[in-house]
Design a protein around this ligand. Structure first.
Ligand code: PEP
Length: 247
């Protein structure tokens, strides 16, 4: 499988930030891993222009479950695709918290993404309270079961394990904790998809930085990363891409 370094710019970035896209494309013309940035929807087509001819893929950060219609402020999967996206992040914990998104809605969005030709990156992860209560494995398994639609093709599906308490905090689980959750998700995927489950990419996300990336990428069943803050600067994200290539 080709591993994936995915950057999530969240609600950050304006036209000036396209310089970072150009710098990343110039510094990584031929990465071993797949390199992806998910800028705000307003920047998607301009980022696609800035990345043209390079090895950088682009993605959205959310999509509506319906293909079109009276949904003010929303963006469809087909619109993202037309703007240059090939991936879309779905069910990020910030959307689950800010917009009350539940597993069923995330699954519907993933179906819409697949129908439009996008690869969904389905995010899941426990809160700190859930971890402290010893519920992590049950929580992520339930999210996985509920957020991945039936019939999703394993080769067009990415899972991102992102402990909520590690996002944007500078804190990360221990390496054994990451290994334990990824192994649990892998087993669950193999139960559901059979042997093809072993080829589904499982990303780790939550305060991945240039200085901790190599240790995380060395772990079994970590097939890349979803990176927030450290994806905003080409130098930092490029260092994470390099760490994944070296792993
Ligand atoms: C994220 O937004 O998915 C994320 C992991 O953020 P950060 O890397 O900043 O923790």
């Amino acid at each position: 499988m080709r591993r994936l370094a995915a950057g999530n710019w969240k609600m950050n970035g304006d036209g000036a930030a396209l310089a970072e896209v150009r710098a990343l494309v110039a510094s990584h013309p031929d990465p071993v891993c797949e390199m992806l940035l998910c800028p705000p929807a307003t920047l998607l087509s301009r980022a696609a222009g800035a990345a043209a001819g390079g090895a950088l893929a682009l993605g959205g950060q959310d999509c509506h479950p319906r293909p079109s219609g009276a949904h003010t402020g929303d963006v469809s999967a087909a619109m993202l695709r037309e703007a240059g996206a090939t991936y879309v992040i779905l069910g990020h914990s910030e959307r689950r918290a800010d917009h009350g998104e539940d597993d069923a809605l995330v699954a519907a969005k993933a179906s819409a993404a697949l129908a439009a030709g996008l690869i969904p990156i389905v995010c899941l992860g426990e809160t700190e309270g859930q971890r402290d209560a010893g519920e992590t494995l049950d929580v992520v398994a339930a999210q996985l079961d509920g957020s991945v639609p039936d019939g999703a093709p394993p080769d067009r599906l990415v899972i991102a394990y992102e402990p909520v308490w590690a996002i944007g905090t500078g804190r990360t689980p221990t390496l054994p904790q990451i290994t334990q959750v990824h192994a649990h998700l892998r087993a669950r995927l193999c139960d559901r998809f059979g042997a093809a489950g072993s080829g589904i990419r499982i990303l780790y996300g939550g305060s991945v930085k240039p200085d901790n990336a190599a240790a995380i990428f060395a772990l079994r069943d970590v097939d890349g990363a979803l990176v927030g803050g450290a994806s905003l600067r080409a130098a930092d994200f490029g260092a994470i891409v390099a760490a994944l290539d070296a792993a």
